[in-house]
Design a protein around this ligand. Sequence first.
Ligand code: ACM
Length: 267
Amino acid sequence: MKLGVGQMAPRVTENEGNIARLKAILKEADEKDIDVLVLPELLNSGYVFETEEEVEEAAESIPEGRASKLLLAWSEKDRLVVAGLCERADNGIFNSAAVFAKGNHVTTYRKIHLFQNEKDWFQPGNEEPPVVSYDGHRYGVMVCFDWAFPEVARILALKGAEVILHPANLVLPYCQRAMITRSIENGVFTATANRIGTERDVTFTGNSQITNPRGELLTQMSEEKAGVGWAEIKPEEALDKMMTDRNHLFTDRRPSLYSRITQVPDD
Ligand code: ACM
């Protein structure tokens, strides 16, 4: 199975240009015969907003919006795609990851850990990140800053995810390394699709990557170039959770000693 990560540079206020950039990436993914594709966060809007109007004008309904329709069409040939979208919904605007497979809108995950100024523009999602089935395998979805909360990847793995699909707009230098740890500690593949470029005064780090359950990098893209990276993977390799012949990543856990993790912190 060919797992792909698309790297591109969406830009605030260039809604038409963002659609053109998405078309170019989908064309390249088509040419490379990708089966499962991950695309960056907020690809229809850009990231560094200055006004609410910029957010509102870029936001789209899922699956009726322009980017959604292109993604739906791409998925029709028996494929799965996860893309970060600025989503307009009845109850607000969300930083979302929409999942399309085989010509259907499967689900939308609304980012639960908003980063920095995202808190000015988006409502936080309030639902657990999803795991979807596709061609006999299980795929979990999280968005960008969710990487800093290891509970998210753990929950996805406990729900059966063999591969974690991770749209991102990364600015801190840590995530790519952290995702190697997320892979090792959960015994899963991860695919982080990051954006590139400088928008207003913010520079994004590129280096989109795919890791295997042992934390090895199967592919890592450059810091600056748009395109589609990929790796051939066997998702079922993630079903083996034995780290040694006597250590199982899940059954060796001691949840009765972890109750602090689920205590609601005092503000
Ligand atoms: C991020 O969550 N976009 C850093």
